[in-house]
Design a binder for this molecule. Structure first.
Ligand SMILES: [Zn+2]
Length: 99
């Protein structure tokens, strides 16, 4: 067997492997091209009012305050928001250092 044939075989094997992998995963690992006819519902991004991170709605933690629903990236942010709201309702008398 000549080395050229080995290289060709290797390339063919690589292409076949990629094809099989692509079929198994449903989409190629690289590239974010949105395929047409994708049955998945697009994620709605919501903004965390504490750290202003955009989070997919289904992943976000929710908190209802006065008829408004707020979304948070993490439990820590939700707790911080709760603290902020408590400070507000307390009349903002707390004089904190920083900022
Ligand atoms: Zn956050």
């Amino acid at each position: 067997m000549s080395p050229v044939r080995l290289v060709i075989l290797a390339i063919l094997f690589y292409i076949a492997w990629r094809l099989v992998r692509g079929l198994a995963k449903g989409s190629p690992p690289s590239g974010r091209t949105g395929r047409q006819g994708d049955s998945r519902v697009q994620d709605v991004l919501v903004e965390d009012p504490v750290c202003h991170t955009l989070v997919p709605q289904h992943q976000a933690l929710q908190l209802r305050r006065g008829g408004t629903t707020y979304y948070f990236c993490s439990e820590a942010c939700r707790r911080r928001f709760g603290k902020m709201e408590d400070d507000k309702s307390a009349g903002e008398t707390a004089s904190r250092t920083g900022r």
